[in-house]
Design a protein around this ligand. Structure first.
Ligand SMILES: NC(=O)c1ccc[n+]([C@@H]2O[C@H](COP(=O)([O-])OP(=O)(O)OC[C@H]3O[C@@H](n4cnc5c(N)ncnc54)[C@H](O)[C@@H]3O)[C@@H](O)[C@H]2O)c1
Length: 413
């Protein structure tokens, strides 16, 4: 069987260490080229991929122009997704787009337009959909275990998210804000759990309460200064959040090339996103949902409480446990799930397996452009709400006609 040939735009943590390495493990896939403006990082990325022969491009336009690439994987920073996906589609390539699809709904609409025009497919990298707990939760809800879903409470407690404050992710202009950058996973999952409803209104509150200069987790003695990077910080030895930068792609010559450090002080860094926030969403079929996210928690887990008119379901991606409580009984059913090996609790290899299968059979992606657009729309509404202090209607971003149009699509979405 012919191998599926990939080109990766964005030779960073996700593109190389997570997805690139996942592709490398598959005998039916081949990576032909990488694009990243940082030539030093490109060379180190090639080393991370075992030194396989690769064409390295500092301009992604040269990668999308390569004739023998089947799928372009877009893992550049979020604010570049729009341009990079559109360029790949226009060059006749199918695309795997890591989340979020783009940083705002207008960019998503343009991607949808070009995808239709070129008849090329975009598969969304919503790995949470492939998580063992989330898949079982979806199966139970779709199978009627709790009746008609009415209320969702979802919490993303992500200690790892504190590193967003060290990188580009902390800037609204680059990530669309963290409801978009991180919340787009959960907001997609909530949309997925409620296939008969469309989001209508969103309200949100968010802020930075811990990753501030006042939040430094140790006292500074007179004359002492912290930052700007852990590697050079004279008081890093006191800091329990210090980053031990061990990834060679972000060491030595690579940051010299573009000034991009993974270890900018998360407390002193300038930022305009949030370190905790909550969004509530109402759907046109009466379902209501809340999504909260926190990046100074010591936990790394997602929790869901789903209530339907016939029961209640609690799920936790850290304990791998789902409990269903049917209404009007004292019964409960517990599901203990196991996870396959691989990134994101085994979700990444499953996602790539699905991508390959669907690509070979020309099947509609498991997570489509419609899903990517809808999750960005809810996230953008949440960002607007928290910035403007008001409830935001989804139709400010996507009209009902546009939503219906998105739903009506087949192959190209
Ligand atoms: N699905 C998930 O769970 C998940 C997890 C992490 C990251 N992501 C997504 O993956 C993407 C990359 O995130 P990351 O953490 O790897 O970031 P990163 O900073 O580690 O990597 C981004 C890379 O893109 C490169 N880049 C910058 N400008 C570019 C350009 N014009 N053309 C090509 N490359 C360019 C940078 O030099 C860097 O090497 C983001 O969209 C992020 O949201 C998804």
């Amino acid at each position: 069987m012919d191998k599926i040939r990939f080109g990766i735009i964005g030779a960073g943590l996700r593109g190389i260490l997570a997805l690139g390495k996942t592709l490398l493990e598959r005998p039916d896939c081949e990576i032909l080229a990488l694009a990243d403006p940082n030539i030093e990082r490109l060379k180190m990325a090639q080393g991370q991929l075992g030194g396989i022969p690769l064409r390295l491009h500092v301009d992604m336009r040269d990668l999308v122009a390569e004739r023998d690439i089947d799928i372009v994987m877009v893992t550049s920073p979020d604010h570049l997704h729009g341009d990079h996906i559109v360029a790949a589609l226009k060059a006749g390539k199918h695309v795997f787009a890591d989340k979020p699809l783009a940083i705002n709904t207008a960019q998503c609409k343009e991607i949808v337009r070009v995808s239709r025009e070129t008849d090329r497919i975009v598969d969304m990298g919503f790995n949470l959909r492939y998580d063992a707990v989330c898949r079982k939760m979806k199966e139970l809800v779709a199978g009627g275990a709790i009746g008609r879903l009415m209320l969702v409470e979802n919490n993303d407690y992500y200690a790892g998210g504190r590193t967003y404050m060290c990188r580009w992710n902390r800037f609204y202009e680059k990530s669309g804000g963290l409801f978009c950058h991180k919340g787009s996973h959960d907001l997609d999952l909530i949309n997925w759990l409620n296939p008969d409803g469309l989001p209508v209104t969103v309200s949100a509150l968010a802020g930075v309460n811990v990753f501030t200069p006042e939040g430094l987790p140790f006292p500074l003695e007179p004359g002492e200064e912290a930052g700007p990077h852990c590697e050079t910080c004279r008081v890093a030895y006191k800091c329990k959040d210090r980053h031990n930068n061990t990834v060679d792609m972000f060491h030595g010559k690579a940051p010299d090339c573009d000034g991009y450090h993974l270890d900018t002080c998360m407390y002193l860094s300038e930022k305009n996103t949030h370190d905790n926030g909550i969004a509530i969403v109402e759907y046109d079929n009466g379902m209501r949902a809340s999504h909260s996210e926190c990046f100074f928690t010591p936990l790394n887990e997602r929790r869901f409480s789903l209530v339907g008119d016939r029961g209640h379901l609690d799920a936790n991606t850290s304990t791998n446990c789902i409990t269903v409580y049917p209404r009007w009984t004292k019964d409960r059913t517990e599901y203990r799930l196991s996870r396959p090996e691989g990134g994101h609790g085994g979700a990444d290899p499953t996602m790539i397996e699905t991508l390959i299968r669907n690509f070979r059979t020309r099947t509609i992606p498991f997570a489509t452009l419609r899903d990517g657009t809808l999750s960005v729309a809810v996230a953008e509404a949440a960002e607007r709400s928290r910035r403007e202090g008001r409830t935001v209607k989804i139709d400010e971003l996507l009209t009902r006609a546009e939503l219906k149009d998105l739903f009506g699509q087949g192959k190209a979405l």
